[in-house]
Write a protein of this length. Structure first.
Length: 47
């Protein structure tokens, strides 16, 4: 199973930017992906 973590700011601007994460995985890897896609918590993201 995989999840996709997307940058909503890019999505709302017409660009699909995100990354696939293979599950199961460590929580830390998910947190790191969220930080990358949310510009270190400065924008919204979707899973």
């Amino acid at each position: 199973m995989q999840i996709y973590i997307a940058d909503l700011e890019s999505y709302n601007s017409g660009y699909l930017k995100g990354e696939w994460i293979e599950l199961p995985t460590e929580n830390e890897k998910i947190k790191e992906a969220i930080l990358r896609q949310s510009k270190n918590g400065q924008s919204d993201f979707a899973i």
